[in-house]
Ligand binder design. Structure first.
Ligand SMILES: [Zn+2]
Length: 310
């Protein structure tokens, strides 16, 4: 069975798969990233995991994987295969594609951005299947996004395309880690909701999931916190709608786990803000935490099809 290595490197864990050409998962594995041991150890763990996955493929299918796709967080130079910067994992200008290629005996390697890889997978084999223009938004510790156009993800001129988390929706609002104020992620990320709900409820351990549960239970303070996030998110989506006109907005990440508690008021808030724009379908992501790994595998298959046509 022809297969590729798909690997997603996260802040705490790595998720991997061996992927067939139709995107089906032939084998899955997870390992800790081990960032507490430092950046060199993280890089060694990535290379070691990739090599073990290649062995796994050989053992299972009698031949080596055809390529590898690896998705990493932070700033990525996809064209040159450089992991430019990750605050979380500590590297700068790491030639990860070259290192992986050497470790895997010259196998073709695609290096991708974790959120854009996740968006690619949602678009091809997840919630956006068959949709040619979509926006993927991940509501996690921060907020990130990916712009899907005709089966690929638009990374922008400098690799920052889709950064909807840093669209300012409340000028002069809360301080954002990026240096600006009032960015979408300061109001509508899972962390922002957790913070706001911890403050409003007086429970320091309160989080976004407990806020959603309190909203469902009819708690007014929770509803106010939740609506603040929903309104900010709707403002961000409407801005994106005016600019990109996607037919579908796919929302994933921790906050999307709230299901209808999020999607029902969010769809209403988006609809009431639109004037001339066509309303997008606002749908939950399907692939959950495997999206980036699957997307990395799709990048590996794309690499092979480019080599064939070149
Ligand atoms: Zn920001």
């Amino acid at each position: 069975m022809k297969h590729v290595i798909a690997l997603d490197v996260g802040g705490t864990g790595m998720k991997a798969a061996l992927l067939a050409q139709d995107g089906s998962v032939l084998f899955e594995a997870r390992r800790p990233t081990g960032r507490e041991h430092g950046t060199d150890a993280v890089v060694a763990a990535i290379l070691g995991f990739a090599a073990d996955l290649a062995d796994e493929g050989r053992a299972r299918f009698g031949h080596a994987p055809l390529a590898a796709g690896v998705a990493v967080p932070g700033t990525i130079d996809e064209k040159n295969g450089i992991a430019v910067f990750s605050a979380n994992l500590g590297w700068r200008d790491l030639p990860l594609r070259k290192l992986l290629g050497e470790r895997l005996g010259g196998l073709p390697v695609a290096l991708g951005h974790d959120v854009r890889s996740g968006g690619l997978a949602e678009g091809r084999i997840g919630a956006g299947q068959g949709v040619d223009r979509f926006l993927f938004i991940a509501l996690g510790t921060g907020i990130a996004g990916a712009i899907g156009i005709d089966g690929r993800i638009e990374a922008g001129a400098h690799g920052y395309g889709g950064e909807i988390g840093h669209v300012v929706v409340r000028p002069g609002g809360p301080q954002c880690g990026c240096g600006a104020r009032g960015c979408l992620e300061t109001l509508a990320s899972a962390s922002a909701v957790s913070r706001a709900w911890a403050e409003a409820s007086g429970d320091p351990d309160a989080d976004a999931a407990s806020c959603a549960a309190a909203v469902d239970a009819g708690n007014d303070r929770a509803r106010a916190v939740w609506q603040t996030a929903v309104d900010a998110l709707a403002d961000g989506i409407v801005l994106a709608q005016s600019l990109l006109d996607p037919s579908t907005v796919i929302v994933g990440g921790g906050l999307a786990e709230a299901g209808d508690t999020l999607f029902t008021p969010l769809r209403a808030a988006v609809t009431e803000r639109l004037t001339f724009q066509m309303p997008p379908k606002v749908v939950p992501a399907m692939l959950k935490d495997t999206a980036a790994s699957l997307g990395a595998g799709l990048l590996a298959w794309d690499l092979l099809s480019m080599e064939v046509t070149a």
